[in-house]
Write a protein that binds this ligand. Structure first.
Ligand SMILES: [Zn+2]
Length: 446
């Protein structure tokens, strides 16, 4: 493959890859038999998952586990699982970042790719999305068979390949070639990065990749990695903004810095979203006839979806037009052991058009950082003007043991605000700002 050692930073020696592939294959076989015997086993869904000293984001990280690792569950508390990491290590992981192990096979089977370039798809069908390409002689672990398709493990994910391009083999033979094409990936560093048509900044940009994104590694040319994109195209990314890792063998000690960034994040957090008012309490009412309670709820639902897409554990004080007392909102939050409480409101002033825009309220000094981080995104990206971060003596903040903020996202008796706040585009924009703020808050915490 023309790999020059000097141009690679995190390259694992071939021998390690060889040994590790054997380990992967063995663990797949072993796991399949354990799955049937042990129901309390879960599989890690996040690319890297923190194992903490206790059941919550506030506990220290003791170690980390990688995607597809299987863990024995001993106990459950606050939606966190107590798991056995090794014989003498017990810690806690967020239950929503693992799943019950459903991948099981009676007998592990292997195949070898016979086509020159064969598409790997998300589902068994040619109309399904292409997840990548494999090349002739690549060896695959076959998980399942359905009509003309094999289900395989590809880049740590379940995927499908057409049977007509695969020949069944007894056991994998040339681990190295298989390892090079299917188990190494390039992980994008801290910033959004250009993917180019060739190995130089003079080549055209085809697309960008986000921080932490993993791309399939194909080759190294000069100081550039040739990678395969999710849509099957190939491109080049500079090695100084990315790192080459073996997908299954990220060494925790060697890459602690990178892993910490990936793992101390929003996805471990439990967020309670509080749509203000509801039921008999409409909140502010606009002249044009819509209620604060409805705008707050639709914004809350968009935020719920956005945070869930980011992997967070999201709860709502209400998800329909129901009256919930302020006390119940606080009670629900503390019962859920939430990591943050975000209350969404739209405002009104006694005098029409006297105020416009968004405001972020906090009560305790310890909440100022959360308030300021989210408000910065609202100010920079929000379509309306921003009134800054303010102290607010609100019941749901004052009586809440959880870090809490209250957002006023526009005035229902301001002509400009009314024209915007009840639109999906406005709400999507502020939701994105809240999400970005939370993401930054959790990635910079600790
Ligand atoms: Zn309100």
């Amino acid at each position: 493959m023309g790999i020059s050692e000097s141009s690679i930073h995190n390259y694992l020696p071939k021998k390690n890859i060889f040994l590790f592939l054997i380990f992967i294959l063995l663990s797949l076989t072993v796991a399949s038999s354990i799955v049937l015997a042990n129901e309390n086993r879960v599989i890690v869904k996040a690319s890297v998952l923190n194992v903490r000293m206790g059941p919550g984001l506030s506990y220290d990280v003791m170690t980390q586990v990688n995607e597809d690792q299987r863990l024995n569950v001993l106990d459950e508390e606050n939606q966190w699982y107590k798991v056995r990491i090794s014989d003498d290590e017990i810690g806690w992981v967020a239950s929503w970042l693992v799943e019950n192990d459903e991948i099981s096979t009676e007998n592990q089977r292997y195949g070898k790719v016979t086509g020159t370039e064969v598409n790997i798809r998300q589902y068994a069908g040619t109309d399904s999305q292409i997840m990548g390409t494999v090349y002739e002689n690549t060896e695959l672990s076959i998980l399942y068979e359905e009509q003309d398709w094999y289900q395989i493990l590809y880049m740590g994910k379940v995927a499908w390949i057409s049977k007509q391009f695969v020949e069944l083999i007894d056991a994998p033979a040339s681990q190295a070639s298989s390892a090079e094409t299917s188990t190494q990936s390039v992980t994008i560093g801290e910033a959004t990065t250009n993917i180019r048509t060739g190995p130089s900044t003079e080549n055209e940009v085809i697309t960008t990749a986000s921080p932490g994104q993993q791309l399939i590694y194909l080759d190294t040319e000069k100081e550039w990695y040739k990678v395969q994109l999710e849509d099957g195209r190939t491109g080049y990314v500079a090695d100084w903004v990315s790192s080459l890792t073996n997908v299954e063998t990220v060494n925790v000690e060697e890459t602690t810095e990178a892993i910490s960034r990936a793992a101390t994040n929003l996805s471990e957090a439990t967020i309670m979203i509080d749509a203000g008012h509801g039921g008999k309490d409409p909140g502010a009412v606009s002249e044009t006839g819509f209620y604060e309670k409805d705008v707050a709820l639709s914004t809350a639902k968009l935020l719920q979806k956005r945070l869930q897409d980011a992997g967070a554990n999201v709860m709502m004080t209400r998800s329909d037009d129901t009256f919930i007392s302020l006390n119940d909102r606080v009670y629900l939050t503390s019962k859920a052991s939430a990591d943050a409480f975000i209350s969404l409101h739209y405002d009104a002033m006694e005098i029409e058009n006297s105020m416009s825009g968004t405001t972020t309220y906090y009560y305790a000094d310890s909440e100022l950082n959360l308030a300021e981080t989210i408000n910065r995104y609202l100010k920079d990206n929000g379509p309306l003007s921003n009134n800054g971060v303010r102290y607010g003596n609100y019941y749901v903040l004052r009586n809440n043991p959880t870090p809490s903020i209250l957002l006023e996202l526009g005035y229902l008796n301001n002509d400009l605000d009314i024209s915007m706040v009840n639109t999906q585009s406005y709400q999507t924009t502020v939701v994105e700002a809240i999400y970005q703020g939370l993401r930054e808050y959790y990635s910079s915490a600790q």
